[in-house]
Design a protein around this ligand. Structure first.
Ligand code: HEC
Ligand code: HEC
Length: 197
């Protein structure tokens, strides 16, 4: 079974848990109100200016929802996010997902790629990152947007997948991806993705 098939089967069943249950439609305005408390760290309009805190603006709806579910259950470890996610109910998570997805994504400065970004771009093509993260690395469904994300956040995520500190979906897709990557490969990839429009 290929990775892609395995992934879609895994998420197909999992996505039903959030979406196939009779549920009220997401309320973006309620999500925005709830997100007021997130802005201290994640920034106004979901664009982070804080080291090691991800931007959330323009993340796929399902991605944000799933990460909040993983923090809530403790599947994804974070001393900061676990207590914040614990009290959220499914409706609040659905509204937050819809709100952040509605915001314009971070826009990196328009600059020609430097040598490290060129290396990162080659690696990204070889590793077919876009097969899961989508054209232009904008993210699809439960898979994160990478384009324009903070470089320190991207590098930490890759290192956490490599060390096993971050597990997430349990489908092991990212664990397989980082298995063959060196730390300098991950630095180049993070640099490339952060600068990608
Ligand atoms: C005190 C600071 C702080 C606050 C407040 C906060 N977060 Fe976070 N959040 C973080 C940090 C730090 C991480 C990165 C955790 C890691 O390194 O794995 C994170 C990660 C996330 C992620 C994962 C994003 C990704 O790209 O991996 C989501 C989703 C998220 N937070 C949503 C929220 C929401 C929704 C709120 C408000 C209800 C919120 N956060 C409030 C600090 C905060
Ligand atoms: C087989 C599908 C697949 C491929 C190929 C893939 N990814 Fe991922 N990636 C995922 C999924 C699914 C997630 C969300 C994982 C989770 O739930 O924690 C993810 C998450 C990430 C994250 C964390 C983002 C965040 O904000 O939390 C980074 C960084 C990342 N991938 C980088 C890459 C890079 C770089 C490549 C190519 C070298 C790549 N991925 C290839 C499926 C894939």
């Amino acid at each position: 079974m290929t990775n892609a098939v395995f992934l879609s089967l895994g998420f197909g069943a999992a996505a039903c848990f959030l979406q196939c249950a009779p549920a009220s439609a997401a309320d973006v305005a309620a999500g925005k109100a709830k997100a007021a408390g997130c802005a201290v760290c994640h920034g106004e309009n979901g664009i982070s200016r804080t080291p090691l805190v991800p931007s959330l603006a323009g993340e796929p709806d399902d991605f944000t929802q799933w990460q909040l579910v993983y923090f809530r259950s403790g599947t994804r470890k974070s001393e900061v996010m676990e207590p914040i996610a614990k009290p959220l109910d499914n409706d609040q998570i659905r509204n937050l997902g819809a709100y952040f997805a509605s915001l314009p994504p971070p826009k990196p400065p328009d600059a020609p790629p430097d040598a490290l970004a060129l290396t990162g771009g080659k690696l990204a093509a070889q590793q077919r990152c876009s097969s899961c993260h989508g054209e232009d690395y904008a993210g699809i469904g439960p898979t994160a947007r990478l384009a324009g994300q903070r470089e320190d956040v991207l590098l930490k995520a890759l290192r956490d997948f490599k060390s096993g500190a971050r597990v997430g979906s349990g489908v092991a897709s990212m664990a397989d991806v980082v298995y063959g990557l060196s730390d300098s490969d991950m630095q180049a990839l993070a640099h490339y993705m952060a600068a990608h429009p």
